[in-house]
Design a binder for this molecule. Structure first.
Ligand SMILES: [Zn+2]
Length: 196
């Protein structure tokens, strides 16, 4: 039996995405995912938010093609020279909902947009993380709290602090030129190598 492919997201990647989401407020958070493929695993080690000067609530975008191409050029050079074995493996972006709507994940516009990024990056496949968010405001200050739930395919983080709460469901997709498939996403465990 062939083992299923899986996406493992490290704590630093997860929390940098959470910071990016907090920074954007009700605007879309978007950025690159840094990682590598190891056997059947896509290991995501970090997230790099795109610099956008204008807010954009309705669709995925980046601000400036030239700025974007400089980042991509650098990444392709590092990847090709083998200097660094982690590279831009895909992107993350957020969808923000009010409390009662049904959540939606990767849509056709997203697929089109991220396939273009894949071409620019000279990748034959990419990993897309969609963060589906419900934001809750509280009248009273909340005790900092975090709940992580692992579902069959998705990962959920409920994060509360101060007077704001984020309920985020992470979904992962493997995007290829002619197909798209959801992959299970899990939080990566840190292995203890030595004890002091
Ligand atoms: Zn989207």
């Amino acid at each position: 039996m062939e083992l299923e492919e899986i996406v493992e997201i490290s704590g630093s990647c997860l929390y940098n995405i959470l910071r990016s989401i907090a920074e954007k407020g009700r605007d879309e958070a978007i950025g690159d995912i840094i990682g590598r493929k190891y056997k059947k695993k896509y290991i995501l080690i970090n997230a790099f938010p795109w610099q956008k000067t204008e807010s954009n609530r309705i669709s995925v975008c980046h601000e400036d093609d030239n700025a974007r191409k400089r980042v991509i050029q650098m990444d392709i050079e590092m990847r090709d020279s083998g200097i660094f074995n982690h590279y831009i493996i895909g992107q993350y972006h957020s969808h923000i909902f009010n409390s009662n709507e049904e959540r939606v994940y990767l849509n056709l516009e997203d697929i089109d947009f991220f396939r273009t990024q894949m071409q620019w990056l000279k990748l034959s496949e990419s990993i897309q993380i969609v963060c589906s968010i419900k934001i809750k405001k509280y009248a009273r200050r909340q005790k900092p709290q975090e709940i992580i739930r692992q579902y069959l395919k998705k990962l959920r983080i409920i994060h509360r602090g101060n007077n704001i709460g984020y309920d985020i469901i992470f979904a992962a997709y493997k995007l290829e030129r002619d197909k798209v498939r959801e992959l299970p996403i899990r939080k990566r465990r840190i292995r203890v190598v030595a004890r002091k």
